[in-house]
Design a binder for this molecule. Structure first.
Ligand code: NAX
Length: 329
């Protein structure tokens, strides 16, 4: 049987962690024949709750769960990790400005980036879920490089897959076709309400989705705001932020990166290689194709007049976030 792969998960005692760990351990992320070892990181005050989660993981008797550890030390959590899901982050508290959130989280991700650079497997694939996830991934990438550079910059990614999946579900409802009929959807930019969900290239059973919808007013006034503000709508309805759908998107992101996207596009926040005029290194949502454990940004798509202002807006927000943490890096 296969050698177990080490999966580090931060914020493991949180609500996304609770929706995520059981699915990783059951083989939904890395394959039904791939044993895993879970390396769980959370704050000292969350260790007791984490013990409870581990008791439940034990009680599932998952055949693929080859081991697990809990720790509050990032150097232990990321030791030889093949995958790292950075979920834990400082939530926005009352009276906290966006800028405070950015700097509070920047501190977490400089520490964790350095720990990854020094301890993780050189092939470690990293997904940042904790918000602001694009900029947190950028910070981790920069500090990992400074701390020893074991892990290549391109392996630091951020989660845009929830936005991608939300867009698919809205389009499915609009045109009355199952989500499984869709291909080549994408979302550009930041995981925030400025993201630009773009169905111009999408198909459903081979038909152009743009032609099936044929309603630019719906696109601008209904579709984009609905997808962009979906997180807030979930909080309003549930009283808690998205957790199961976020965990599901994290599984989708890592599974496709590891096992391939079969030629379809998936949206990943990845360090820009300069494509589409996005400054190099900025972690930006792009259409990607995954094959042999690597992602490639889909090149050469037209950014038309309708799309340009949306791409510009989400890019400006990310550049502002980057400027806000520049003195920490
Ligand atoms: P919870 O507050 O339920 O859990 C967070 C966990 O992280 C807690 O157990 C906490 O103790 C831990 N933690 C905090 N700082 C840590 C640190 N420095 N090291 C290790 N663990 C730490 O939040 P949850 O609902 O699970 O959400 C986690 C993050 O995901 C938040 O930042 C949230 O904004 C973000 N989200 C990102 C999404 C995306 O699409 N990228 C969507 C869902 C979600 O909102």
């Amino acid at each position: 049987s296969k050698t177990p792969l080490r999966v580090a998960v931060t914020g493991a005692a949180g609500q996304i962690g609770y929706a995520l760990l059981f699915r990783i351990a059951s083989g939904e992320m890395l394959g039904k024949d791939q044993p895993v070892i879970l390396q769980l990181l959370d704050l000292p005050q969350a260790q007791k709750a984490l013990t409870g989660v581990m008791m439940e993981l034990d009680d599932c008797a998952f055949p693929l769960l080859a081991g697990m550890i809990a720790t509050d030390d990032p150097n232990v959590a990321f030791k030889d990790a093949d995958f790292a899901l950075l979920v834990g982050a400082r939530p926005r508290g009352p009276g906290m400005e966006r800028k405070d959130l950015l700097t509070e989280n920047a501190k977490i991700f400089t520490v964790q980036g350095a720990a990854i650079g020094q301890n993780a497997s050189p092939n470690c694939k990293i997904l940042v879920v904790g918000n602001p996830c694009n900029t947190n991934a950028y910070i981790a990438m920069k500090t990992a490089a400074k701390a020893g550079g074991r892990v290549p910059a391109k392996n630091f990614t951020a989660m845009l897959r929830l936005d991608h999946n939300r867009a698919l579900s809205q389009l499915s409802a609009k045109i009355g076709r199952p989500v499984s009929s869709f291909k080549t959807m994408t979302v550009w930019g930041n995981h925030s309400p400025t993201m630009y969900a773009d169905y111009r290239f999408a198909t459903s059973n081979g038909d152009s989705v743009a032609k099936l919808v044929n309603d630019q007013e719906w696109n601008a006034k209904t579709f984009l705001p609905t997808v962009g503000k979906r997180g807030a709508a979930i909080i309003e309805a549930r009283g808690l932020s998205s957790a199961a759908s976020a965990a599901n998107a994290a599984i989708d992101h890592m599974r496709d990166w590891h096992l391939g996207s079969n030629g379809d596009w998936v949206t990943m926040g990845v360090p820009s290689d300069g494509s589409y005029g996005i400054p190099e290194g900025l972690v930006f949502g792009f259409p990607c194709i995954c094959e042999n454990g690597e992602y490639t940004i889909v090149k050469g798509l037209e950014i038309d007049e309708f799309s340009k202002p949306y791409v510009a807006k989400t890019l400006a927000e990310l550049e502002e976030e980057r400027a806000g943490v520049a003195d920490l890096l």
